[in-house]
Design a protein around this ligand. Structure first.
Ligand SMILES: Cc1ncc(COP(=O)(O)O)c(C=O)c1O
Length: 495
């Protein structure tokens, strides 16, 4: 559309930026500015309208704040759409954190570097031979049927095994309330496609899983962060938020939360379910680490306390067993499952039947039971080693969460420390972590960092913490000097 003739009235009493935002909003609603289209560069529009560039920037910022536009760094501002029938090219995905993850992966691969950055299980524990036996057994039994197209809902036997395992954890669901997905990430993606349109609000814990943040941002969702403390999501903040913002979903990781490792307290679970039920807002429970319990039996899923269908539950075989198989599941009300199944059919038809059948077989074997025991014991020992060496190596003023399961914990440094700067020093010392802003729904968590312990041996963890301790002390000294002298002392540059 031609934006050059937007009428602006200097003497109307309404600030020019508000008039401009109103005119742009009207153009979006009338379809003259379709979803995904790029707004003109602020400098160009300011010139053609004869106003200050700041006026245009303020108008754009108001649209972004309202979720009606999205700012993509270095690319411009795009119409996010507010529902309706607007069509057009899709906005570019907001993958702001991808370059950071790529960089972390590159540093982690350097020889001699100890990486506590990625959240992977330890492939050295995977029992290849028993899994191959399961593959052979199901191929011998079911033959070509496993190489043919299969049902979108999932392989019958795998669904049965899942239903019985969920029942053991207190979640009583029938086959029609289950859907097999290609990892819980796909489960979350399907849920987001069904529930979220650009501009919709979604409640997330802050911090939370970076893959969920990337997905919700890509969908054009407006994130409503709720803080997490040692007892999980601080649900007291939720009630007014639900009334005020009418979000489409509440996304939570109640068991062994990624990145903090904390587990939500029973009283908060109850309150969360009550508040969301009263407001009619669906809860999405991501239980991907829920079975990785070290100190007791795995906690009940939140969904178990919600009666039938109150919560959309996501599970996965990725943390306890093998992430490469991409086997996850959704448990929800049968109507929700039917809708998610229809979307899955469009996305990828189905998850490979051979892998589902082999996993169903493997899950019933002694080798699987032994693996689960070994994984829990091994990661539990690594968690202990990490907590112990943090205690030995970290200076005063540094604190950390104490998970009872899962794969990660969060370290809090004094607020004036930037873990992005610290990372440069740490890489120089030969240790890598994930800076907290990768998990932050709202910027400003730069003094936090995540450490994962699943894929690292205990001796590596101890040595990693010696190196991190050195980097933290140097960063604290540098930051103190900066504060007292006003001089910038940069950490060593990274190449
Ligand atoms: C909290 C959480 N949810 C979901 C996923 C995705 O896992 P997958 O798709 O392998 O099941 C991860 C992986 O790290 C995770 O940490």
């Amino acid at each position: 559309m031609d934006l050059n003739d937007i009428p602006l009235h200097r003497d109307s009493g309404t600030p020019l930026h508000e008039q401009l935002a109103t005119a742009l909003r009207a153009a979006m609603e009338e379809g003259r500015l379709p979803t995904g289209s790029r707004l003109p560069a602020s400098r160009d529009l300011a010139r053609s309208l004869g106003v200050n560039r700041g006026t245009v920037q303020k108008a754009y910022a108001a649209l972004v704040a309202a979720g009606e536009a999205r700012a993509a760094v270095g690319q411009g501002t795009f119409v996010a759409g507010t529902g309706g029938l607007a069509v057009g090219i899709l906005p570019p995905p907001q993958t702001a954190e991808d370059p950071d993850w790529e960089r972390l992966a590159r540093w982690s691969d350097r020889p001699g570097v100890i990486s506590l950055a990625g959240g992977m299980p330890d492939a050295r524990l995977f029992p290849v031979a028993p899994f191959r036996e399961s593959l052979d057994a199901v191929l011998a039994e079911e033959g070509t049927g496993l190489l043919q197209y299969g049902p979108s809902r999932g392989h019958g036997r795998f669904l049965e095994v899942l239903a019985s395992r969920l029942r053991e954890r207190g979640l009583d669901r029938q086959a029609e309330q289950l859907l097999v997905v290609s990892g819980s990430q796909q489960g979350l993606d399907l849920v987001a496609r069904v529930f979220i349109s650009p501009g919709d609000a979604v409640v997330v814990e802050d911090p939370t899983y970076s893959g969920a943040l990337a997905l919700f941002r890509m969908m054009g969702a407006r994130l409503l962060p709720v803080p997490v403390d040692d007892h999980g999501m601080v649900v007291e903040h939720l009630e007014s938020l639900l009334t005020r913002e009418r979000p489409r979903l509440v996304y939570t990781i109640p068991n062994f939360h990624n990145p903090t490792g904390v587990t939500m307290a029973p009283s908060r679970r109850k309150r969360l379910l009550e508040i969301c039920a009263a407001a009619g807002v669906p809860v999405v429970e991501d239980d991907s680490d829920g079975e990785l319990a070290f100190d007791e039996a795995p906690p009940e899923p939140l969904a178990a306390g919600a009666g039938k269908g109150g919560v959309i539950y996501l599970g996965t075989s990725s943390k306890l067993l093998f992430p490469g198989l991409r086997l996850g599941w959704v448990a929800a009300d049968s109507q929700v499952i039917r809708t998610l199944e229809a979307v899955k059919r469009v996305a990828d038809l189905h998850t490979p039947p051979l892998l589902q059948a082999a996993m169903a077989n493997f899950m019933m074997t002694k080798a699987c039971r032994e693996l689960v025991t070994a994984v829990r014991a091994s990661y539990g020992n690594r968690r202990d080693a990490l907590l112990e060496s943090l205690g030995e190596e970290m200076p005063a003023g540094v604190s950390w969460s104490k998970p009872r399961g899962g794969l990660s914990l969060m370290v809090d440094l004094p607020a004036h420390i930037s873990t992005t700067d610290l990372l440069s020093r740490a890489v120089g010392e030969g240790v890598v972590f994930a800076p907290g802003n990768l998990f932050a729904a709202r910027r400003g968590a730069d003094h936090r960092l995540r450490l994962t312990y699943g894929g690292v041996r205990e001796d590596e963890i101890r040595e990693g913490m010696v190196r991190l301790g050195r980097a933290v002390r140097a960063e604290l000294n540098g930051a103190d000097q900066r504060r007292f002298t006003g001089k910038a002392i940069s950490p060593p540059p990274l190449v």
